[in-house]
Design a protein around this ligand. Sequence first.
Ligand code: NAP
Ligand code: ZN
Ligand code: ZN
Length: 349
Amino acid sequence: MNVLGYAAPSPAGALEPFTFERRAMRPDDVLIDILYCGVCHTDLHLARNHGGFTTYPIVPGHEIIGRVSQVGEKVSRFKAGDMVGVGCMVDSCQHCKPCLIGWEQDCAEGPTFTYASLDRHDGMPTQGGYSDAIVVTEKFVLALPDRLDPAGAAPLLCAGITTWSPLHRWNVGEGSKVAVIGLGGLGHMALKLAKALGADVTLFTRSPGKEEDAFRLGADHVVLSSDPAQMASAAGRFDVIIDTVPYDHDVNPYMPTLTLEGVLVLVGYMGPLGTAVNAGGVVRGRRAITGSFIGGLAETQQMLDFCGQHGIVSDVEIISINQINQAYERMLKSDVKYRFVIDMASLKS
Ligand code: NAP
Ligand code: ZN
Ligand code: ZN
């Protein structure tokens, strides 16, 4: 079937309307009319070829909320009319060890990403959620809890699960002390989720002026990372730091703020760190630097259900699809409060 979307034609080119082919429905497929799609910094990294592996044209978007319009004959969990979500992956091998333990994101054969992958059955390039419809294998479709506003829920599919997964892995709960570096899409979800889990929450930001929003979003404390006195006052405090910074940065100043056996979890930047890590920062106090990549399907549903119970959605600025290029420029200036979400009805207007 032909669908309409918005694609980047080249690393420097603005996103523009693009018509492309979605595969015909397989027996285990769900066809979804896309209502909203969040704008993740990863979309910008891939559209602009920051990783050096993008093929064009590319239709980004992996924070998808939509309504099921059709299901294949083997689909049992969904029916036409259901509100659903799709995140960063649309398939995986389903038989390797990571897949069998619910870590589809770390599939040994590589998951099929929602965009910038090749379909593992027919080899067609996958294209993302900046479009009016998508076909997804049932296993990779999530149920949207009734209570959640669909536009606000879209960012849960990436920003939500990416920050939930490490909070969950490191047993964050009542009495935990958590810090978040960077108040953007991932960062604001980390504040909300850590607070709802019962933690005492701190924001590290390089941007003066975000304090008031940080407190409203769930922070108990704010530390301006450019102020050495404020950094020194946070010494020895945190069990877990979630680092959402999207570009190369020096992690050494954050290490002394961890408590004994505290962990700094990289979830933002994935390239080589330009400033060498001081081994003393991890040797002393048995601290660790680790990382975390999105989250598995079962864990994503668990996070959505938790958000349903606690009424948690993202703070969104709804845009029309023709504002996407300005949205990318604003994202580069950290001028997002705190996630852009595209109203996909704007594609048809
Ligand atoms: P975002 O909305 O642009 O927020 C990033 C925040 O980081 C900014 O608001 C800013 O916060 C801070 N920041 C930005 N540039 C910085 C710099 N050069 N140095 C220091 N701080 C900086 O981005 P996002 O959508 O949250 O995504 C964050 C990163 O996570 C991206 O690289 C994205 O690709 C990655 N990501 C990873 C996963 C995963 O599975 N691990 C999943 C999704 C996204 P302040 O103004 O408060 O300092
Ligand atoms: Zn993302
Ligand atoms: Zn696998």
